[in-house]
Design a protein around this ligand. Sequence first.
Ligand code: MN
Length: 285
Amino acid sequence: MRLCRYDDDKLGLVDNGKVRDVSAALAVIPPARYPFPHGDQLIANLDAVKAAIAGLADDGARKALREVKLLSPVANPGKLVAAPVNYKAHVEEAAADVATFTANHILKIHEAGFFLKGTSSLIGVGQPIEIIHPARRTDHEIELAVIIGKPGRRIAAKDALSHVAGYAIGLDITIRGPEERSLRKSLDTYSVLGPWIVTADEVGDPAGLDLALDVDGQSRQRANTRDLIIDVPGLIEFASSYYTLHPGDVLYTGTPEGVGPIRPGERVTASITRVGDIQVDVVAG
Ligand code: MN
């Protein structure tokens, strides 16, 4: 099942290039009172929402995907957990360019651990990336994004995939420079998620997915998740050994080689096998 959030916060079921409005299924989410529970309440109640969608009457109305504005499929993540360099070829790329990448960047993921991106940086693919500091180098990073469905801490790798609600394409947009990653990667619009969430059952094993990213039609990043230094179950085990993962937390799994700058006026296109493809415009902020 491919679920999107679109236009004025509608819930959409995506099929064959079209979107069906299934917002009525959101009624099964229990009303929350302050203090609100941790996590995104759509993702926390995803099984009930999916059952409600199956029970909705279908009047046949659809909108073409190109006619809707796609928002982040997760509206209210508690945290955006991100893996630093997690592909061997990207470690080598960073180590070879000391002018752009700091020493901290070249640490292996086992040593560097994770960083967090501000949730206020999150956008969907129908919204542009805004270059707020045009004098700084801003790079694209395509990553498989994992959306946590079931809460847990100290999750064993062998159980990890049962905690996954689904997957999306993530762009971890980044200013290069000496500041902490949490600053350089948390500018407004610098965390892209979309085009929708593909439920975990449709993706199956997240190892072996092709990733591709182009800028204005020029090939930049080509990789496969089989080349992750720490794979998806391992990342969930690692992250949850430090903090509880809540429904709707998004795990950016790290980018492969081929990162490079983006500028206002350019268009980023990207795809991941069995997840989808996206187009995102870059504009002056
Ligand atoms: Mn990254």
